[in-house]
Write a protein that binds this ligand. Structure first.
Ligand SMILES: Nc1ncnc2c1ncn2[C@@H]1O[C@H](COP(=O)(O)OP(=O)(O)OP(=O)(O)O)[C@@H](O)[C@H]1O
Ligand SMILES: [Mg+2]
Length: 350
């Protein structure tokens, strides 16, 4: 353990970056130890993604040095970084969805036989050996688009491993995973850690940060304000570090008085999977109505059904007492409904 403690695989020294007059990173120092998980937290706009982009060479840093295994490095882009042992798993995965797992794994470095032809057989064998080692069952022939976000993420991790990654950065990887998928991801992360791989884990989720990270760093307004071992800090200290002041009133009293019922959902059920059954609730004017449930519980489906993009089997939606059973999004929008989807880039499927 003692030797692990001082064994720093990645060291960022004095990294600064400005966009125009906006100084987004101000002399950042960060050390990541071998075989550990470093959590990176900070409010929106604190500079987390910018720091990673400067590390990968996506952005040109203004100042600073990066050392990997004690040697100074400067990457020209994510591919260069990947080939040198630092990989990134983005929240919005950049994969060729029409191509299969093997193609995605070997993209840009197809294996060739002695005749110079692409050796599909060898690529497939190597891919299946890789997934076997990682304890994953994946259908290598299916196009990526048929796989869940979780499986596609696992493929990205597998790709990183195939490049002998020493450090893997995960930028908010759990936002669209189910509880079981998060467990699986964490299991995989623990296994990689055991093998001496280091992970940088960017997340806004406190419970996950405490569950999986060995150390936690906090960025605030471009400054790295805290790095502590997880066992030596707590949620209050992290929040204070993130916002820069002690938050006394985390849950201020709700003093808003909602008016009459404006939206009424009655006995709503859906026709297709996942089945929603007999859902009823009222929303009042001037009210923020919370809808809680785990990933997969049907929250999105419920909203999409109200919005008219999923097929109702039964039930009614009223706005100010008037029946609104929409059959398409356009109709809903004409009546002043708006739906902000969870995936910013994805279009609604009608
Ligand atoms: N390409 C860019 N040009 C100009 N300003 C930028 C650019 N990229 C980021 N910024 C600014 O840099 C600051 C840090 O942004 P960054 O995306 O790194 O934050 P973050 O910590 O990753 O936030 P989040 O938690 O929302 O992902 C913000 O003020 C942002 O507006
Ligand atoms: Mg970000």
């Amino acid at each position: 353990m003692a030797e692990k403690k001082d064994d720093i695989v990645l060291s960022i020294r004095g990294m600064s970056k400005s966009f125009g007059r906006n100084r987004v990173l101000d002399h950042i120092n960060l050390d990541v130890k071998r075989g550990t998980v470093m959590g990176l937290m900070g409010e929106n706009g604190a500079g987390k993604s910018t720091m990673m982009k400067c590390l990968f060479g996506t952005y040109q840093k203004d100042e600073g040095n990066i050392f990997l295994d004690g040697k100074e490095v400067s990457f020209s882009g994510p591919k260069d970084a990947l080939e040198n042992g630092i990989a990134m798993v983005h929240q919005e995965l950049n994969q060729c969805l029409e191509r299969n797992v093997v193609d995605n794994l070997f993209l840009g470095r197809y294996l060739r036989n002695s005749m110079g032809m692409v050796d599909e057989g060898r690529m497939k064998r190597e891919a299946s050996e890789l997934f076997r080692k990682l304890g994953m069952t994946v259908n290598l022939d299916q196009p990526m688009r048929k796989m869940s976000v979780s499986q596609r993420q696992m493929c990205e991790i597998a790709k990183a491993i195939s490049y002998n990654a020493k450090v893997i950065v995960l930028d908010e990887p759990t936002s669209s995973l189910t509880v079981q998928e998060v467990d699986k991801l964490f299991e995989m992360m623990r296994m990689l850690r055991e093998q001496g791989i280091s992970l940088i884990y960017i997340s806004h989720k406190m419970d996950e940060i405490f569950e999986i990270c060995d150390e936690i760093s906090v960025l605030r307004d471009g400054n790295l304000v805290m790095t502590k071992s997880t066992s030596e800090t707590n949620m209050n200290e992290l929040i204070t570090a993130m916002v820069g002041r002690v938050l006394e009133n985390r849950f201020p009293p709700v003093d808003n008085t909602p008016k009459d019922v404006i939206l009424s959902v009655q006995h709503l059920s859906t026709k297709y999977e996942p089945h929603l059954q007999d859902i009823s609730f009222d929303v009042r004017e001037g009210e923020i109505f919370g809808l809680y449930g785990l990933v997969g519980a049907g929250r999105t489906e419920l909203l999409e059904t109200i919005f008219g993009v999923r097929t109702r089997a039964a039930g009614r939606v009223y706005l100010n007492g008037q029946l609104m059973n929409f059959s398409c999004a356009k109709e809903a929008m004409d009546y002043g409904f708006a739906l902000i989807t969870e995936e910013r880039k994805a279009a609604l499927q009608e």
